[in-house]
Unconditional design. Sequence first.
Length: 281
Amino acid sequence: MRSRPGKRQKPSRSTLPQARISCWAATDVGLKREDNEDSFLVEPSLGLFMVADGMGGHAGGGTASRMAVRQVRDAVLAARRGGGLFDRSAAEVESSRVFDFLAGVISETSARIFEESNRRPELSGMGTTLTLLLIHGRRAYVAHVGDSRLYRLRDGSFHQITEDHSLVNEQVKAGFITAVEAQQSRFRNIITRSVGFESEVTPDTLSLELEDGDVFLLCSDGLSGMVGDERMEAELRVGRLADSPARMIGLAKRNGGDDNITLAVVRVRLPGLPAAAKARR
């Protein structure tokens, strides 16, 4: 589920109904932290991709992010094997049912992490962000808590799909500070929603219709806080997608490497539909 810091995961391929998925991911401790508290999962056989950025100091952050990724993965695996909601014979699923499923799984995961932090004093106050992409048929389902991010590259457009649950984002929306000021704020690492810090949490959820050639980027703020959106887009457009995680980690470290750096790149091909972007190797 999680690669060792600094190691790039080998490309994975799988075919879900009407979708072919390729993915690449990497994580690195960065230059300022002793431990890597990020976790990620890329499992194309489940159509499931996650990035989690743990917090809580000592061993708490890493424990929280690993628990979140493991709990959600196990729940999706059980749902896939059980049919029903994710019956592979059904090309489409009612979005509201998927949202209810994901919200329930994430809230239950939050409760388990919260209980573990109360049971073990050394883990007190731990929590994690969680950004999740679930692909089924020709749709992508997103669930999100915290300030890890999901971006989509499609044709000439590269934009952030998720909205940061952070203090500075709330200040920007309220007009108190500008987006540029938010990047420099001493409060930029304070998040307003996390998995596990409280016993219950409600994720943001949304559904996206896929197009052939869509490329998704999931990342922790160790990347987005060090590398601007325009540069991330450029790295996805130039060269091999398989090399983009290592290139972007290198950029983040050259720009300071203040935090753990984790990202996953997911490309979706839908045979028979016009390409949303030129095929990238």
